[in-house]
Design a protein around this ligand. Sequence first.
Ligand code: FAD
Ligand code: NAD
Length: 466
Amino acid sequence: MPETLTPKVLIIGAGTGGYPTAIRCGQLGLDTVIVDAGKLGGTCLNVGCIPSKAFIHAAGKFEAVKKAANGGTLGITAGSASIDLAQTVAWKDGIVAKLNGGVGGLLKRAKARHIQGWATFTDAKTCTVQPSDGGEPITITPEHVILATGSQPVELPFLPFGGNVISSEGALQLDRVPERLVVVGGGYIGVELGTAFAKFGSKVTIVEAQERILPLYDKALTDPVRKWLERNGVTLHLGAKARGMDGDALTVETADGQTLKLAADKVMVTVGRRPVTGGFGLEAMGVDMAGPFIKVDDQRRTSMKNVWAVGDVVGEPMLAHKSSAEGEMVAEIIAGRRRTFDPVTIAAVCFTEPEIVAAGLLPADVEGRTDVAVAQFPFSAIGRALSMEAGDDGGFVRILHGKDDHRILGIQAVGSHVSELSGEFAAFMEMGAVLEDVAGTIHVHPTLTEAFHEAALRGLGHAIHI
Ligand code: FAD
Ligand code: NAD
């Protein structure tokens, strides 16, 4: 007889939205089932954050050896450098497999039942899972449903994935470094992976529809990244639009109306991601939509009672840490705690060269406001930055703050290794800090965090090292 389950909580999707939610539900004693058609960890762990950062790390190592081979640097020389991308991919796959196993172990320890299979709903609380191993369908009628179905890459109708046209997922599985890589879309993924492939030795061209790469961020913040790309032989076509393939060349319309043919061994299309809302009976669940996303309130409740949604499927920012924070909150609400999703900031990092961190308001958000001032400090005046070759890439820390009350409204940084400052930026913002709080915190010497301290001092009119 087909199995029927009646758990307290059913979670669809075991990405960074779903699996921490299941663990938190388990910790809170809620009988929980989590279903995913793919591998545990979803996009982030399998084909997103982790494998892309592994690639970026490997590319950095290869670049360092290449530099040492090409005449040496820092007194270090080496023999000639070479790369076997298939081995790099195997190393990356090993990390992913270890983390997959880790998530499985954590779910087991939390006593959350994991079923691998595709979930389909016939109404808001009736779900049928077709197990991936071909077993009998399982019917699940839970008290609560949490949808964490995530997102997929946007496919351009005139550039469908297949053959030499690949998504980021395809790029992370290549067994050879493509000689010529054309990237369509100079956002997060395009610039992060485009940079990695440039370091691996590809001739990279980025085609971006807006007037600058990483258009979410302002020119001052993205200029050091643009300069690195240009210095390292990456061609940028800004304000340009991809139009389609012509043989092995990508047709591009440039900002001034010219048509270019860019010959390519691979064309990686990274023009954004769209929520996964089709193919599992969402229409039958009776939840309201907000454009392409599932509509939720500040507790991540949908319009249907006891149906919740978290992560990429509910909208921007499509970031792993946002999805986890939403999910863990929902688990606590179901367990009876009073919670709302109201973070002061969800900090974001671009793992580019150099890296970008942003927390809180951006300059565009305060444009025209005369009550806001800006304090900035360059990494070129920070000893630690110079000692780790991170001082000459045009990097800085910038604080947007109230002119009179000194309340910190936004913090951004660009520079090598600045991703590690994101926690400090988020913590000060979350605590509602003023410049004096940062200035009064003794920052360790020598570290990059001193640039943040100095920026706060500068805002108060007494920076030391400038
Ligand atoms: P997902 O991780 O997409 O998980 C959804 C899961 O639901 C999938 O496993 C899918 O199989 C499953 N599913 C969907 N429908 C069903 C169904 N009907 N039945 C069964 N299973 C189903 N974010 C960061 O914060 N930092 C980064 O550095 C970063 N780098 C990235 C790099 C790349 C290349 C990419 C593509 C993304 C990156 N992201 C990064 C974004 C991050 O991966 C997403 O924000 C995050 O994965 C969202 O988690 P989620 O749980 O909402 O969805
Ligand atoms: P994105 O939104 O960051 O960038 C897409 C870019 O493509 C935009 O700059 C857009 O102007 C451009 N574009 C759109 N259509 C185009 C066309 N026809 N021709 C040329 N350019 C075009 O999207 P993404 O890079 O695909 O990443 C998706 C999401 O994944 C991100 O928004 C982010 O939420 C997440 N992500 C985060 C990280 C991180 O946190 N470090 C890393 C990777 C991905």
